[in-house]
Design a protein around this ligand. Structure first.
Ligand code: ATP
Length: 201
């Protein structure tokens, strides 16, 4: 069993996240991707976000439309700063036979050395890096991958994910400015945001 673990703030989840999860299933042969909204993201501790429950519910809408995607409350239930190594330990304990693949975008992967207990993460788990834009930080990514492979022996898979040049920041800004977010997030997520009045100034 190969399980992808996709952590993030998901404030809100957008088509870039969903595309990456789907491409990981297809290209890395994952059985399932578990999307895990952070309670407090270590590198975004001073940022105000939509509530964990709202971010979870928007992911649940995505999971209900995709057989291979599930969503977990693991980090929300454990509160505190959501360190990836702790999440991975808990998920591995629940799935002792599974091989866990941590999924992240290029930007996140380039900072992996600075994560808490990076050594444990890189030695125990596999990584899938979404290489989002052609040529985007390509040399930097190649250099980081070979350095980490040499040092920790990490299995690192690069997935060439379909391009969705979108970030949660852009979605929030567009909603606050009353602009359309069509094509950037699923319709069900857009409806949820409207019904709950999220991201308005
Ligand atoms: P924000 O704009 O609020 O900082 P974000 O859009 O980067 O948010 P996160 O929830 O912080 O979203 O991202 C979770 C993970 O998804 C990270 O590993 C990030 O690199 C990856 N990711 C974000 N946007 C994309 C995208 N458009 N395509 C592929 N991966 C993405």
């Amino acid at each position: 069993m190969k399980i992808g673990i996709f952590g993030g703030t998901f404030d809100p989840v957008h088509n870039g996240h969903i595309g990456l999860a789907e491409d990981c299933v297809e290209q890395a042969g994952l059985d399932e991707v578990i999307m895990i909204p952070a309670y407090i993201q270590p590198f975004k501790q001073d940022r105000h976000t939509a509530s964990g429950e709202d971010r979870f519910q928007m992911l649940a809408l995505v999971a209900s439309q995709n057989d291979r995607i599930t969503v977990s409350r693991n980090e929300l239930d454990n509160e505190g700063v959501s360190y990836t190594y702790l999440t991975m330990r808990r998920i591995q304990e629940m799935n002792p036979e599974a091989r866990l693949y941590f999924i992240c975008g290029t930007d996140s992967f380039l900072k992996v050395d600075t994560w808490m207990n990076a050594e444990e993460l890189l030695e125990k788990y596999s990584f899938i890096v979404g290489c989002d834009r052609p040529g985007y930080r390509h040399d930097e990514l190649e250099e980081a991958i070979s350095r980490i492979r040499d040092h920790f022996g990490t299995e690192i898979i690069v997935v060439h994910n379909r391009q969705f040049d979108v970030s949660s920041t852009e979605v929030r800004d567009r909603i606050a400015a009353g602009k359309s977010v069509e094509g950037l997030i699923p319709e069900a997520v857009e409806r949820y945001i409207k019904e709950h009045g999220l991201y308005r100034i």
